[in-house]
Design a protein. Sequence first.
Length: 462
Amino acid sequence: MELFVTVISKYLFVLLMLFYTWESFSALRHKQPEDKAGIFQRQNAAIFLTYLLGITVVFLNQTDTSELNVIILGGVQLCYLIIVLGVFPIIYPNINKAILSNMCMLLTIGFIVLARLGMERSIMQFMIVSVMTIFSLMVPFFMSRFEWWKNLTWVYCFVGIGLLVAVIILGPMINGARLYITIGGVRIQPSEFVKIIFVFFIAAVLGETAKLKQVFISAIFAGLYVIILVFSTDLGSALIFFTMYLFMVYVASRKSIYLFLGGGGMAVASYIAYHLFGHVQVRVQAWQNPLAEETVNGSSHQVAQSLFALGSGGLSGTGLYQGFPKKVPLVENDFIFSAIGEEFGAIFAGLLILVCLSCFIEFLATGMEQESTFNRLVCVGLGVGYAIQVILTVGGAINMIPSTGVTLPLISSGRSSIVSTLLVFSIIQGLAIVGSKKKTPKQRKKTMKGERYVSTELQERY
């Protein structure tokens, strides 16, 4: 019976994900609220069905814990999804429901995969998500009613730098990098939170004007951030910071030359990093030939196991509990995409990437609604940071790029990662509320008729 349900479920997972992804992009095409309301209701149904199917398979195959524990966990997680999808839109009618649904779908996939990999990790992840969700509920209220947080330019700058320097001084060396500090027995990765602080700092500097002076000042301090990350050998975060800054400058200035200069600078920096850091050379060698006999059991073991897992999954996957994802080192963190590709299949994994893409598009769409340049740059910076993190995680798992050691947002296990990502989503929701309040009654009437509203300022800029 268990095997039959597991085999059938892998096809149902793909169908549910296909339906959900189709509806995600349908929401981008439709402008009338009544049409979108139907889409979000159907998406919510797909989320609940996906979770119920997943927790049923976990219940039938779980051996690490009692059946009662699985039932309790399934019940509270289902209640969480019902509350978030049902209560949040009531409290904040103007939030971006597409982002809310995508967030819950990604969390649902994370809950299922982590429960399959280890019940303790799934429970810990859910506890963090629950506490952070309560806090996130207050962020849109705060952002939509106060403006003083936009004026903390140099506070953001030096707090962020201070946290990164603290990692260099206090953080232990783990796998060739200093990433964490321990506070009260809890290990924290400050760079996950500094990403948000960094975006706010750059948005504040370039929010008033993006003339050469402001760009030069922002470049000096952005470079300082990146250099500190390089000294702590957190090169994945350094790349994310640099890319966020590059696109924020481009949006603020509308000058393509900054993209070309930034791209050239990134190439030079990558060349220098390769020759300075031994563990970077190891990762590049593993990327070039992960199945080489001399490295497959050493430096490229993680990448090789990831490729084996993805290859064994094929298009439809082996089925939940029918693969061997635990053979991939750090599968719960950096390589969770490998576990998804193995047991859910390449089709499901590809659809998952499309859901992440729709999140990114909605982030940018929220930015387009903003009258304030500061708000717009925050949306762009956080959106690009989210997209780059997904690209780095997926690219490392499929060996498209060298592994960088970053997590898949909302899915991978990780305290700092899940907290910072939920904070990013709540900030975007706060800005979505701000953007909707800026519309006049006449503009809202046009939106009801399905006409796309674009402000005069945005027409001039884009």
